[in-house]
Design a protein around this ligand. Structure first.
Ligand code: FO1
Length: 316
């Protein structure tokens, strides 16, 4: 039997979240890892319920993810999309045939009244995943990116359709005021042993989770460690650096530390950023420098092990 005090909570976005989740799953007993995933990127396309970050984490944990893109399924085929192209339908969001099965079944279950968290748990069971992967909320929250060129865009319109090219001058989480965190999230965070913040985009992957009612205060006085999504001023993936710059901040690992200031205890940064160590300490946070790039199963396990060891030392 597990005691909730042994639980490790991971707050995760898409690809970075999926990789560290898989690394942690290699070393933590199955029932001790609980992953809360951003759903601000969720949207409807062709009437289907798409939950990109939940699927990215789920596919990775099931060993089914596309190793080249990080999202979607390995050995995917694109027959449905080719038909859509022939019919002159919208082509900007790439839905593979295998991936489509997930969206179809999720939509069917949601239309029958299932909550997203119930669908997520059912999918985990069917894919043979023994850890808990849960959405941050069962309510709809939409990350809206305010751009200079187009005003507000939904996250996927900004990210995929516009290829992150428009200039950002604001971000809001539509629906966050009325949304409830998924059942048990606040209590699980409060009683957990450690909280790990994945190397995901702080603005659009982690901030929505932290903005859920009760989460920020639940994080107070916990052992919280974040892994940097920025290495040497460059993003591991996605528009994180562009976002920091356009919103008026330096694009650096240090900006990520400042982003999480107020609840962060420790910060894991890459060797490329070791010059920030003393400034991180001045900001009251304990740094740990290592290789943070997770390019395969071994490097995912290694970073996960170092993260847990670091959390353990901070807890002493
Ligand atoms: N990302 C892209 O850059 N282009 C796509 O066409 C695309 C399709 C897609 C389909 C299903 C899915 O689960 C994810 C998909 N992603 C795609 C990734 C996704 O848009 C982003 O990585 C996340 O929302 C950001 O974490």
């Amino acid at each position: 039997m597990t005691n909730s005090r042994n639980k490790v909570v991971l707050l995760a976005g898409g690809v970075g979240g999926a990789k560290i989740a898989e690394g942690l799953s290699q070393i933590i007993p199955d029932d001790q890892l609980i992953i809360y995933v951003n759903t601000g990127d969720d949207f409807q396309h062709f009437g289907l319920e798409i939950s990109p970050d939940l699927d990215t984490v789920t596919y990775m944990m099931a060993g089914l993810s596309n190793p080249d893109t990080g999202w979607g399924r390995a050995e995917e085929t694109w027959n449905a999309l080719k038909t859509i192209e022939l019919l002159d339908g919208p082509m900007w969001f790439n839905l593979g045939d295998k991936d489509l099965g997930n969206h179809l079944e999720r939509t069917r279950l949601k239309n029958k009244g299932f909550k997203l968290s119930e669908v997520s748990q059912l999918f985990c069971e069917k894919y043979g995943i023994r850890q808990k992967i849960l959405p941050m909320s069962d309510d709809q929250i939409q990350t809206m990116i305010h751009t200079v060129e187009f005003g507000f865009l939904s996250f996927q319109e900004y990210f995929v359709k516009q290829r992150c090219e428009p200039v950002i001058d604001g971000i809001k989480f539509r629906g966050i005021g009325k949304a409830q965190p998924v059942n048990g999230m606040v209590e699980t965070i409060k009683s957990s042993k450690f909280v790990i913040i994945a190397p995901s985009n702080p603005w659009v992957s982690i901030d929505p989770i932290i903005a859920m009612k009760g989460v920020r205060s639940a994080l107070k006085n916990k052992t919280i460690v974040a892994i940097s999504p920025i290495i040497g001023g460059k993003p591991v993936k996605g528009p994180v650096c562009k976002m920091y710059r356009e919103l008026g901040y330096e694009a650096s690992a240090l900006s990520v530390v400042k982003h999480y200031q107020g609840f962060l205890r420790g910060f894991i940064l890459d060797h490329a950023d070791s010059n920030f160590e003393s400034e991180i300490i001045i900001n009251g946070i304990i740094p740990y420098v290592t290789n943070t790039i997770m390019h395969d199963k071994n490097s995912r396990r290694k970073l996960a092990q170092e993260t847990l060891d670091f959390c353990g030392r901070l807890n002493q």
